[in-house]
Design a protein around this ligand. Structure first.
Ligand code: BES
Ligand code: ZN
Ligand code: ZN
Length: 503
């Protein structure tokens, strides 16, 4: 993580290894010319004049100053067309700048905000920097440049001409949130042999310890005795027993009803007896990303000391084929008493989530429930690899999250939970069955879950596409390969603007 400081300084004053300046297309007039050494200024003019740099989005030119100024090098980075520039562009451009500095081995840079300094712009710039600098190095024993660079902090100064204190606090908050996103990525990227449900629990407990969160782990024997039979069934095929983690954050003195966050943490999904094909099965280590993200949200909520109550429940299992596995045809009674018929053991996520939702709602009486899960391949077919599906029962909540997601650029799109979809999951022998056929697969999965949300305002986020970088993922500077931590920034924003009382 970079240390980011806000400083009041003019363009020609800042002593730095690399000064980053954004330039819009067709706006290469270098207005602050008077502040620069005449030799540097004429070099720049020459480059612009010769059209060697035209400000196209993401293009870069670096000019060494030969000790003719307080900065060692100046980097111009293209911002594209002015009218198209958004906070997401700022995220991408600052990410690219940080990655360029990393490539050059430069550990200290200064950046001019690319447009009028506003809180959302400064926030996006700091997000771009710290999200892009993350890389998963835990298992690299060869100490190459990449690894050694990532191990040392880099210093970034953002130069403004007013409101230093206000902007510093914006940047500090953003950094805390990104630290959580990177924590979720690190957890999500762990290989399945090093992240069993027990290991998942110990990572969650490191967060609980650090921020004094209340934590409880429900073990298999207790699941059996209280009726969390879905989690038990799905976890049965593995030698690594299932666990259910509960984290509680109390930031509200009054006994306000909490938000309940539920995350799917299948540490590895082979499909079980309904075994998946081998191709890309390794990617199913990312089937724990919903759970990782929920743990990370708790870390952020606690580090930001938000004035509200939040409970997180994360059922964690490994879905394996063995003689102890649950089977197609099994009928299971879940926590709220409803029975389900298992048609396909690869539709395991909805089963463990259903138990966790029902348990969480009965135990904590939340005012809002949000679940996050890499739930269906069908979601990727419907919306592609870059968009999460939002499905739920509360229009207002969905609208709010939808608006937030356009600002965070964590793309989310609502899919309709029409009555007809419930027909597809009717079972001949139990209350419902765990798959509804191929049509609308992401929605029938949500219809299944809604049987366990007891009418509480609820949003289900299917993050099967954007949870990690995969086939079809759009390239973005700030999303390095692997787990992305998708959705964390949006959910935290939703919690930060907590003034929601369900009708
Ligand atoms: N974890 C998968 C969903 C998934 C698949 C996410 C590929 C991301 C990429 C989930 O447990 C699953 O296997 N779902 C099945 C459901 C089907 C059997 C109804 C699927 O989507 O194929
Ligand atoms: Zn599965
Ligand atoms: Zn799964």
């Amino acid at each position: 993580m970079a240390h980011i400081h806000i400083e009041k300084a003019k363009i020609g004053q800042k002593q730095t290894q690399l000064l980053v300046i954004g330039i819009f297309e067709n706006e290469q007039d270098f207005v602050q010319s008077k502040e620069l050494d005449p030799v540097i200024y004429s070099t720049i003019k020459e480059i612009f004049h010769n059209k060697e740099f035209q400000g196209t989005f993401g293009s870069i030119v670096i000019i060494p100053t030969m000790n003719k100024g307080p900065m060692k090098k100046i980097m111009f980075i293209g911002l594209g067309e002015k009218e198209k520039f958004t906070t997401e562009s700022a995220r991408i451009i600052s990410g690219k700048s940080a990655l360029k500095a990393k490539e050059l081995g430069i550990k200290e840079i200064a950046i001019f905000p690319f447009s009028n300094a506003e809180e959302c712009l400064l926030e996006a710039i700091s997000e771009g920097i710290n999200l892009s600098l993350y890389s998963f190095n835990k298992y690299k024993t060869i100490n190459n440049d990449e690894v050694s660079f990532s191990n040392k902090p880099i210093h970034v100064t953002i130069l403004v001409n007013s409101d230093v204190t206000r902007f510093q606090s914006v940047v500090d908050k953003a950094s805390l949130i990104v630290e959580s996103v990177n924590f979720a990525r690190e957890m999500g990227n762990l290989p399945p042999n090093e992240c069993s449900p027990a290991q998942f629990v110990s990572l969650a407990s490191s967060v609980a310890d650090r921020y004094s969160l209340k934590m409880r782990v429900i073990e298999r024997y207790e699941m059996e005795s209280i009726g969390l039979n879905g989690v038990v069934a799905v976890g049965n095929g593995s030698n690594n027993p299932p666990k259910m983690v509960i984290l509680e954050y109390n930031g509200n003195q009054q006994d306000q009803r909490p938000y309940l966050l539920v995350g799917k943490a299948v540490t590895f999904d082979t499909g079980g007896i309904s075994l998946k094909p081998g191709d890309k099965m390794d990617e199913m280590k990312f089937d724990k990303c919903g759970g990782c993200n929920v743990v990370a949200i708790m870390k952020a909520v606690a580090s930001l000391k938000l004035p509200l109550n939040v409970v997180a429940i994360i059922p964690s299992v490994e879905n394996m084929p063995s003689s102890n596995s649950y089977r197609p045809g099994d009928i299971i009674r879940l926590y709220n008493g409803k029975t389900i018929e298992v048609i396909n053991t690869d539709a395991e996520g909805r089963i463990i989530l259903a138990d966790a939702l029902a348990y969480g709602i009965a135990t904590y009486h939340p005012k809002v429930v949000i679940d996050m899960a890499t739930l269906t391949g069908a979601c990727i077919i419907a919306l592609g690899a870059n968009v999460a599906a939002m499905i739920g029962t509360n229009k207002e909540l969905i609208e709010r999250l939808g608006k937030i997601s356009t600002k965070t650029a964590e793309k989310m799109w609502e899919l309709p939970l029409y009555e007809e979809f419930y027909e597809q999951i009717k079972s001949n022998v139990a209350d419902i069955k765990n798959i509804g056929g191929r049509p609308g697969g992401a929605i029938t999965a949500a219809a299944f879950l809604s049987n366990f949300t007891e009418g509480i305002p609820w949003i289900h986020l299917d993050i099967a596409g954007p949870a990690w970088t995969q086939d079809g993922t759009h390239d973005r500077s700030y999303n390095p390969k692997g787990a992305t931590g998708f959705g964390i920034r949006s959910i935290i924003k939703l919690l930060m603007e907590d003034n929601y009382t369900p009708s």
